[in-house]
Ligand binder design. Structure first.
Ligand code: NAG
Ligand code: NAG
Ligand code: NAG
Ligand code: NAG
Ligand code: NAG
Ligand code: NAG
Ligand code: NAG
Ligand code: NAG
Ligand code: NAG
Ligand code: NAG
Length: 549
């Protein structure tokens, strides 16, 4: 069953560009995604004890049906999108480090991975998500197929006739292994595989290959009402094919180019793809929170602002299926809270990888692919509750002001260990204060210079504490134990679903009217922005324009 708003969207799109069901970049920007590794999230039988040894790398039995049964757990954190592992049939068999449980070893594009479920199950998952107004994001492999070579030379071992539809070597680049990942030509023409599993590289310059990939993807998106795609290994796909693929398939796509340089990643956004996982920002989070250099994070946000056409369409994350979990590098709970606060409230589509909410500690592939059922689905764990509040204020800010997700964050404070950002329209902006002190950080006050109008009552949404902005538009923030702080005007908290306010899709106009009837009117409009703030803002904006030249 498709919700009426989805249907309306489909009808509107269909009348313009033919049947493409995927949601647009604009529709995605305000979404917050929970990334599931299908095999490791939830089993159909609901077992909480079924063994899963990440080192062995075998299928552990997670399914689409198991995921459907756990949507309350995900939606309980206020996520409004779910990403799943690649869905196509993968190669059977086992090598020394395991099986194709992750979904990245395609065999037959026209069949589903039966370990994850049936055609009906995937339809049911899509319907169950849409019924909750949540989006479905599917990971896609368009760079390669896979073949177990067990140490034999791939050049003479691969039997191409087993692949569907790419059943001949003519669909592939001739065999070579990537030797230098920083040489993009090498990364595009050669293979990403290893001694045991070759990943024959599709000849994505060829029109025949392009057409087959496009029609397969379009069909999949339509059949299962998929709302958006992650493009695996986009770095290894011929760049000129990417925009053709985007146009043909439609909708928001975020393509994996694992590179720490904003110059490279932004170049991809500006020329080839609407969005990319923001790896430059991820690497600078490591520098900020693990190597203790918070200014590197600020510098990176400015670099991205200068180089990327639209930072608000990028995907922001601090963990995924390929990288060491943050807690494996430092398991301090306060640091984890700061990182997650930044991921959810900074510009872009936020992505949280399953298990982050339980502070899991897997240190890279394959140990970062823990079975969630063994971790327990604790709905009162500290990070579960934090994410729930952060997603709530993010969604509320957007509901009150649909331009929220398009607006870029403005840095309003930089200390030796702290950064503060403002996001949204003045008077109803979200302000976050993050720091890298860790839980041994002491108690002190921090003066934020440009916040809301003098006298504004403000709620700190993570502790539900009450603050009042002073006569100089300053907010004196009580810091303690390295915890992050997040502020929103109290007058507009109604409808947020946090700090005792029930959730409702209330409009800004309603709240303004309501507040106007009260003595402490806080209905701030841009014309009432104090001049001291306005000049500060203007100088910031001039800085941005100069920076982007
Ligand atoms: C997981 O599998 C590895 C490799 O077979 C083995 O060495 C290890 O003891 C297993 N761990 C557990 C907890 O069973
Ligand atoms: C849709 O949601 C309603 C209300 O929660 C529920 O009763 C119904 O079973 C759901 N339908 C699907 C297809 O998930
Ligand atoms: C290649 O695979 C096809 C289809 O599975 C099979 O019929 C054929 O015997 C295989 N060829 C070789 C040389 O193994
Ligand atoms: C490849 O698949 C196509 C379409 O199914 C078929 O017509 C063709 O004979 C196959 N080629 C080989 C080499 O198996
Ligand atoms: C990059 O890789 C390509 C293809 O493997 C190779 O021809 C080229 O020489 C490499 N360039 C550099 C600078 O190493
Ligand atoms: C912190 O990072 C910034 C930006 O990358 C750099 O300029 C600075 O030298 C670094 N500071 C330290 C102490 O390493
Ligand atoms: C869930 O997490 C909370 C907070 O850490 C803890 O008090 C509680 O015991 C946990 N529940 C279970 C079932 O582990
Ligand atoms: C904050 O203010 C609200 C009403 O404005 C009140 O209900 C709440 O108890 C206050 N919270 C604290 C922690 O004092
Ligand atoms: C929130 O909703 C509950 C249940 O519907 C209701 O009892 C309560 O009065 C509401 N609280 C507020 C502040 O509106
Ligand atoms: C909230 O209301 C706005 C405006 O009335 C509407 O555009 C939006 O779709 C609603 N959101 C939800 C989740 O119902």
């Amino acid at each position: 069953m498709v919700s009426s708003s989805l249907f309306a969207r489909w009808a509107a799109l269909a009348s313009l560009v033919g049947p493409s069901l995927a949601a647009t970049t604009e529709e995605w920007k305000h979404r917050s995604v929970y990334q599931v590794m299908t095999d490791r999230f939830s089993r159909t039988d609901g077992s909480l004890t079924y063994p899963c040894n990440t080192t062995e790398g075998l299928y552990c039995g997670g399914t689409w049906q198991g995921l459907i049964n756990k949507l309350d757990y995900i939606q309980g954190m206020n996520f409004d999108a779910v990403m799943i592992s690649p869905v196509m049939e993968n190669i059977p068999g086992r090598v020394s480090y395991g099986e194709a449980y992750h979904g990245y070893w395609p065999l037959d594009l026209y069949n589903l991975n039966s370990h994850f479920g049936t055609h009906e199950d995937l339809l049911d998952l899509s319907a169950a998500l849409h019924n909750r107004s949540m989006y479905l994001l599917v990971d896609m492999v368009i760079n390669n197929m896979a073949y177990m070579t067990y140490g034999n030379d791939p050049a003479t071992t691969i039997n191409y006739t087993v692949f569907t539809p790419f059943n001949s070597s003519t669909y592939f680049h001739s065999y070579c292994i990537i030797t230098n990942w920083n040489n993009y030509t090498d990364a595009q023409l050669c293979q990403t595989g290893d001694d045991e599993v070759a990943l024959p590289d599709l000849f994505t310059e060829h029109e025949v290959v392009q057409d087959l990939l496009e029609s397969w993807s379009k069909d999949l998106v339509e059949t299962y009402s998929i709302d958006g795609l992650r493009i695996d290994a986009a770095k290894s796909v011929t760049p000129s094919f990417l925009p053709k693929y985007v146009d043909a398939v439609g909708g928001w796509m975020t393509g994996e180019v694992m590179d720490s340089r904003a110059s490279i990643v932004c170049d991809y956004q500006n020329n080839y793809l609407p969005s990319l996982p923001n790896y430059p920002l991820y690497y600078s989070m490591l520098t900020a929170f693990i190597s203790n250099n918070i200014s590197a994070l600020l510098a990176e946000t400015q670099e991205i602002k200068n180089l990327c056409d639209d930072p608000t369409a990028m995907a922001v994350f601090s963990e995924d299926q390929d990288i060491a979990r943050f807690a494996s590098l430092d398991d301090d709970m306060a640091l984890a809270k700061n990182v997650i606060t930044f991921v959810i409230l900074f510009d872009g589509v936020s992505m949280i990888y399953q298990g982050q909410e339980q502070h899991l500690k897997g240190d890279g592939v394959p140990s970062n692919r823990e079975a969630m059922w063994l971790a327990g689905y604790n709905e009162t764990s500290e990070l579960y509750l934090l994410i729930k509040s952060l997603n709530a204020i993010r969604k509320h800010a957007y509901n009150l002001d649909n331009t929220y997700s398009d607006q870029q964050s403005i840095n309003i404070y930089e200390g030796s260990s702290e950064l503060a950002f403002w996001k949204g329209t003045y008077g109803r902006q979200v302000i976050m204060v993050i720091n890298n002190q860790g839980s041994t950080g002491g108690a002190y006050s921090l003066t934020l210079p440009m916040t809301y109008g003098a006298g504004t009552a403000v709620t700190e949404v993570l502790t539900c504490g009450n603050y009042t902005v002073n006569d100089n538009s300053e907010l004196i923030v009580e810091m303690d134990a390295g915890l992050p702080r997040v502020f929103f005007p109290t007058a507009y908290m109604e409808g947020s679903g946090i700090c005792g306010y029930n959730y409702s899709n209330v409009s800004y106009a309603d709240l303004k009217l309501k507040n106007a009837g009260e003595s402490t009117s806080l209905g701030v409009q841009s014309s009432t922005v104090p001049s001291v703030l306005l000049s500060l803002l203007l100088s910031l904006m001039v800085g941005l324009f100069v920076g982007s030249l």
